[in-house]
Design a protein around this ligand. Structure first.
Ligand SMILES: [Zn+2]
Length: 95
C-alpha cells in the first residue's frame, strides 16, 4: 500500500499501519509529513475511538454481571475503511 500524500510505501501491517502513518502515530510507522491537517485529525479521532472501544470492551468483560455485549469492532473497522476510501476518492477527484 502506498501513501497517497507522500508516496511512502507502507508494506507491512496493511490498513492499520497505513492509518497510523496518516494519523502521525509514533512507534509502528514513520508519520506522514505531507498529510493534510484535517485528514490527520480525523485519523487521530478514529484511532482514539478505536482504542477507547477496545478498553471499554475489556472492562465490560471483567464485569460478570454485565452479559450484554455488542461487538462494535467491525463497525469501527468499516469506519476506518470508509475514511480511507473517502481520502482516496477525495484525492482522485481534485487531481
Ligand atoms: Zn504519507
Amino acid at each position: 500500500m502506498m501513501c497517497i500524500y507522500c508516496d511512502k510505501q507502507v508494506k507491512e501491517g496493511g490498513i492499520n499501519r497505513f492509518k497510523a502513518h496518516l494519523a502521525g502515530q509514533k512507534g509502528q510507522v514513520e508519520a506522514c509529513k505531507k498529510v493534510p491537517a484535517d485528514v490527520q485529525y480525523q485519523m487521530k479521532q478514529l484511532l482514539e475511538q478505536f482504542e477507547k472501544n477496545k478498553k471499554r470492551k475489556v472492562q465490560e468483560k471483567s464485569d460478570e454481571s454485565n452479559t450484554f455485549e455488542i461487538d462494535e469492532d467491525p463497525i469501527i473497522h468499516s469506519l476506518f475503511l470508509l475514511c480511507s476510501l473517502w481520502i482516496i476518492l477525495d484525492e482522485t477527484t481534485y487531481k
